[in-house]
Design a protein. Structure first.
Length: 261
């Protein structure tokens, strides 16, 4: 591309295009603040910033189609706040799916006794047990494997059709949708951890019956390592079902986030 072509391209960029770009960037920014993988500390802030700007540049033309962008500073500031809210809804919906997976790991840790040896999660920097870290790493791998990043970007792009740059979401349906997302975190965590909870409950009942029959046996000394082994076996056996669960939940979360807008 020669100098004249570049000058002609720059001449076609007006004030409305620049304002539209920053409004689109405001909607994309929450994705790199709270959404899984996109907000991972493994991606340095400079890389996340470059990715956000690149996505904003690619979506600005689509988002501005048929829109009249105001130039009044107060209106622009209000539109940026509204678009940050829209982006937060999509990012929060995806984060809730990942939070359910982490919650399942925390439940498994507490039930099996792994929570006694808490360590630092390498993905988000939080403290958690061995199974919490395991579920987090597996969840991130499954997120990429099932195309969770693509689903998230498609959902974000769909918001520009549902809520234009100069429009706003429906607050009542938005509040109800966020409430449902919060409920889904607890329900999802229990669903994923249900096999571990059931297996360890049966093991506890069995150890209780053994302690009544053989009171000389130190159940705590024998039961703790056996519960750890049972938890590891059940977690390994249930991993294939976690991928199927995440696939369905992720698609449903992104679809619901777009619908509540």
């Amino acid at each position: 591309m020669n100098t004249q072509a570049i000058a002609h391209l720059l001449a076609g960029i007006g004030t409305a295009h620049v304002i539209g770009f920053f409004i689109v960037l405001a909607r994309i920014t929450p994705l790199f603040l709270i959404a899984p993988v996109f907000s991972s500390p493994l991606l340095i802030p400079q890389v996340r910033g470059v990715l956000a700007v690149a996505l904003a540049m690619g979506l600005t033309t689509l988002a501005m189609h048929g829109q009249t962008i105001p130039t009044d500073p107060y209106l622009v500031a209000g539109l940026m706040l509204v678009n940050v809210l829209v982006g937060l809804v999509v990012a929060f919906a995806v984060a809730c799916v990942f939070a359910a997976v982490e919650g399942a790991g925390a439940i498994a840790d507490f039930s099996s006794g792994f929570s006694f040896g808490a360590s630092v999660d390498p993905v988000n920097g939080n403290q958690g047990g061995a199974l919490t870290n395991f579920y987090t790493m597996v969840g991130m791998a499954l997120f990429l494997l099932i195309g969770g990043d693509a689903w998230t970007l498609r959902g974000l792009a769909a918001t520009f059709r549902v809520v234009p740059l100069t429009g706003g979401p429906h607050i009542q349906s938005l509040a109800a949708g966020v409430e449902q997302m919060l409920v889904s975190v607890t329900v999802g965590a229990v669903e994923i951890a249900a096999p571990v909870i059931l297996a360890l409950t049966i093991a506890d009942v069995a150890f209780g019956m053994v302690s009544k029959v053989v009171p000389q046996l130190n159940v705590f000394a024998v039961g703790f390592p056996m519960k750890v082994g049972i938890a590891l076996l059940v977690v390994a056996a249930s991993m294939p079902f976690v991928g199927t669960w995440m696939d369905g939940q992720l698609q449903g979360a992104v679809t619901s986030a777009v619908q509540v807008l």
